[in-house]
Write a protein that binds this ligand. Sequence first.
Ligand SMILES: [Zn+2]
Length: 538
Amino acid sequence: MEEASLFSLPEGMRVEHIQITEHGLVIAVEASHPTSCCPLCAQISQSIKTHYRRVVRDAPCTGRQIQLVLTVRKFYCRNPSCSRKVFTERLPTFVEPWARMTIRCCQQITSIGLATCGKGGARLAARLGIQTTRPTILRRIMGLPDVSGRSVVYLGIDDFAFRRGYRFGTILVNLESHRVVDLLPDRRKETAARWMYHQPDLAVISRDRGGEYASAAREGAPQAIQCADRFHVVKNLTEAVQVLLARCQAEILAEKKPDEPCQEKQNKPIISIEAWRPPEPAHVEKVRLARRAGRYARYQQVVELSQQGIATKVIAGRVGMSDRTVRDWLKQGAFPEAQKRRKKPSSFDPFAASVLKRWQEGEHNGLALWQEIKNQGYTGTDRSVYRYLKTLKQAEVRASLNPERIEKYAATTAIWLFVRDPKQLDAVEREDLTTFCQASVPLKKAYDLLQDFLSLVHKREGQRLDAWLAKVAESELPELQSFAAGVEKDKDAVQAGLTWAVNNGMVEGHVTKLKLLKRTMYGRAGFALLRQRVLHAV
Ligand SMILES: [Zn+2]
């Protein structure tokens, strides 16, 4: 029948007639399949006993409510060994026995419920032509099958806050299917361990560095390999560097204060390490001096004309300069020396402080100093080193830098200079970073260790972890050493986390989605409803 396919009715159903009422459409449908299957013994029967009517609501059509008046039948079961003598015809994919709504209509209500929540859902459904109530919607969601029992091999586990910093739950994600597999109402070890115990296939558990989930995994799934989540490991290291940064920053700024010039003693000019630059080659200096002479001549001309009472506009025209520059020059009242160009940042800069320190300790051999910084990661030539030493001989270079560069950062923002890929920093940020590294040898050391660790994480070179920890042990940086001590306690998991592809990034994403869901619901059903909505989220 054409109408039957128009309304997507299952096979064997025939539309008898359609009536348009003020509420929508009333469609009379008759089941016409000659046989039906006994629900108990599954034997096919063609002996019809009676016909009877059922009225069910269907999904709306073009915004109209649809009511189906179904004429279905009762059959005799002819199987002598079956205890059921009479059974009602089943329409398994269309409507359940005794239901007052078709399955597809139920599904629409459930989808609306999952996407919204009880109250708003009922309003939206009404707009779409489905009459329902908030309790019905909630009942539909709560009635969805429990999918949490499915087997998980790669598990990600993390906590989330019901209310920020107040009450926490646990989220469990299947890292293969990328789906949330369960929510737990708290983040206690026992609860998580019990859940894991019922998951015999668990092979890998990716978790944060909190001890609770680690002991839960040890208890509930001792067979699984534990991976400390990379994100959390990096976060811990970053926090350690931040503490160190705050300490060094305070030290640098404290040292800065008594900056009385004691020039006479050594009779050498004082240069801050930041202002240090290689001496100008003779030909560059010649050009610069020539340019300065030209400027100076023009300056004198401007002053002379101005003294004759000539207007700046006219002067500007005569000397071929802009009106504004003439005015600026006259306002300054002295010859404005050209601003020296900014020094070109060089790969040697971050090592200047370390070389200075060694120089002051008595190491004056350029080759040896070059070798030393090469071991620290310097990739440039020895030329920069020799140029720098030449300056050190002629002037007193001080590790006292422009404190504004350092002062303008809080430790919480400065850490971003340290964490980010140096290639991503802009010119000013790169100079600021260099300033930090020049100002403090421990900071430079910490920077190198942090970047080395980040590259290890990025390239998943977990096998380098031991070597890295050894470097930290030698570093004399207590903040990093205490981070390293934490890693040692959980080393197998950290190493696995740094080596394996598995990570909790996906879990973090689900926590964000969960926060959104939480915001759209309140009230009675609480955790149980949240759990259903998360587990069945599309
Ligand atoms: Zn039967």
